[in-house]
Design a protein around this ligand. Sequence first.
Ligand code: AMP
Length: 312
Amino acid sequence: MLSGLMSLVVVGSIAFDAVKTPFGERERMLGGSATHFSLAASFFTDVRVVGPVGDDFGEAEYAVLHDRGVNTDDIEHVPGGKTFFWAGEYEWNLNIRHTLDTQLNVFGDFEPKLSEASTQASTLFLANIQPDLQREVRRQCTGAKLAALDSMNYWIETTRDSLLRTIETVDMVLMNDDEVRMLTEQPTLLRGARQLMELGPRVVVVKQGEYGASLFTEESFFSLPAYPLETVIDPTGAGDSFAGGLLGYLDASGSADDEISLRRALTYGSAVASFWVEEFGCERAARLTREEIDARYEAFRQMTSIEGVPAA
Ligand code: AMP
């Protein structure tokens, strides 16, 4: 049996992105939520990626994943198909992003059929994609001890009920602050997080872009700022690489129940995401090392500690 081995499986978009930021643009680069996530998680654990691609997805794209050891056996090549395409533009305030185009292409009629190894992975991440697909993958992943989900405004607007049903099936939700507000229609994040937990998940992680991330459980709260960067070139993939670091660490550690592991995971996620945004798309991943991630983890520890600083 394969269960017992630590591994992480992710389903989500595998994409080509066109991105414009105030600091430059790329007309066509490798992207997609599952791509960013799997590259980031590969610094911590074994990763398998699930999703369809078209004829335009070639050796060069596979090589980016293989060079980081990501298992692509469950990437399905659809003959005659075109890979998911997304175009977006960022304002000077890089927290504000406009989607210019979303073409589902091969995701339009994708029916996931996971390999035995993927269904038995210890951790499952349902990255941003159509929630019906997320739920179908959740159903197949009988070996997952920890299942988490991300989504975005596009799916909240078009498939809200399906998304809510998918949330019922996971242990952890990771979403942007705006998206939590949009989905729950609650005025504060605490209330929004509570409402999501009432659906089933026991952990809610709220991503707040440049301002960091917060973690809610029934008994606890933890929050970190984003790593202070002099230069941010492209925020695309920040959320997915954050999730990849967070869940990659949790999968490797084998425990997602205790407060220390969750705090450490949030910090690893934040450290990984801080590298991602320093270059376009997932370009930084190829040169990134675990040592660099650990050094930034340590910087976070020093930057955020108020131990030994009692009230005056
Ligand atoms: P983020 O981490 O939120 O910056 O995610 C960026 C990635 O999400 C890009 O590489 C896009 O290809 C992908 N993406 C954008 N819109 C969607 C969508 N509606 N569904 C799935 N993936 C998307």
